[in-house]
Design a protein around this ligand. Sequence first.
Ligand code: ADP
Length: 402
Amino acid sequence: MDLQPDSSADCEALENYLAFLKLTEADSARLHELRPLFRSSANLFADTFYAHLLSFEETARFLQDPQTVKQLKELQKLHWESLLEANWDKEFIERRKSVGRTHAERGIEPLFFLGSHFQFIEHLLHQFEAGNFEQDDFSEHFLSVVKAMFLDIGLTLESYFAQLSTDLRRALSMVWKANDELKQFARLTSHDLKTPLGTVANLCEEALDEFGDQMPDEAVELISKARQTAFGMSGLINELLSVSIETQVDDANDDVSIDEVISEVLDRISQAISDKHIEVDITSPLPVVLGNKVQLREAFYNLISNAEKYIDKVPGQIRIFSESDESYFIITITDNGPGIPTEELEQIFTAFRRLQMHQGHEGSGLGLYFAKSLIEHQGGKIWVESELGIGSSFHVQLRRSL
Ligand code: ADP
């Protein structure tokens, strides 16, 4: 229900609340009688409440400035004064709506708002126990306070959630817009990348055609390899774009041989593996899983090329093996690199997260983030175990082929 100020919907909503909560004139009268009790101890209440808030890290960060705390204490007193005033009018509604909106905008969760209601009840009970209330029977008054609080909480939370859903809609439309722009950017970039790659491949071909017979065999071989690599990269760009841009939810249900995936990944980094004298030990056969081959290959490429990149020992070792249960396979990639501190084991899967000790290596901090989202897109899971100085094991759980 979206309450508009001064709208008839407000009046109707208020009437509904009053009827459901059985808030009557008699309640208003009882709340009025409580005003002196609150007024005489309002400062104590505000001080106690803010001392409570300052004891929590989440709320204390909003309350660093003493001037702000002073103003908030005054607002807090006014809030409860107006509850005991018991004027259930448009101004009352608008105040509650404004509290809800402000809390949603500033990211203050309902928990903290409910906390102040609890403190208010506790405060009133203490005042009553201390004998500061003239009448013997407090229960009727207490019930009236609870009803008024429900009204207060209901109206505030309604506008809190209305504001959240407006913000969410706005954020979603920004995400879609950014997504469209990103797709457009990817298309243009791929075009810009593919054109010079094609030129490189053609120039290699021309060089071979025109001067091939004058070149030593080794030069011919190197240029042929360069030509092949340029063609390969152009194909790779096409493939990556087709999966990253046009990804559908149901495109991850093919039978994919992990043996093939790993062998293609190793081809891509064979030079680096041999330059660093890394031994790669694969326990074959690796399984056939349900997924999308290009996406799985990108995910495993990120994991295996990280292992290669971060290995700091000679000889380096990468082991790849799998285990299974009824529904899943778990493929593990173990390296004897530097390892990852325990407190970073989850963090490294978030975007742009890089370990301090690896700032000197090339990298963007996006590889594991992409690997995780690609694996999850296949209905899988990824996690890492590691021991500092010994190495890391990245585990990828994937669905069994049917
Ligand atoms: P990038 O390698 O581009 O920095 P990643 O997202 O692939 O980004 O990895 C995030 C960080 O996790 C790396 O910067 C590195 O600090 C750490 N990391 C990833 N893989 C390993 C590994 N096999 N061994 C040790 N640290 C790793």
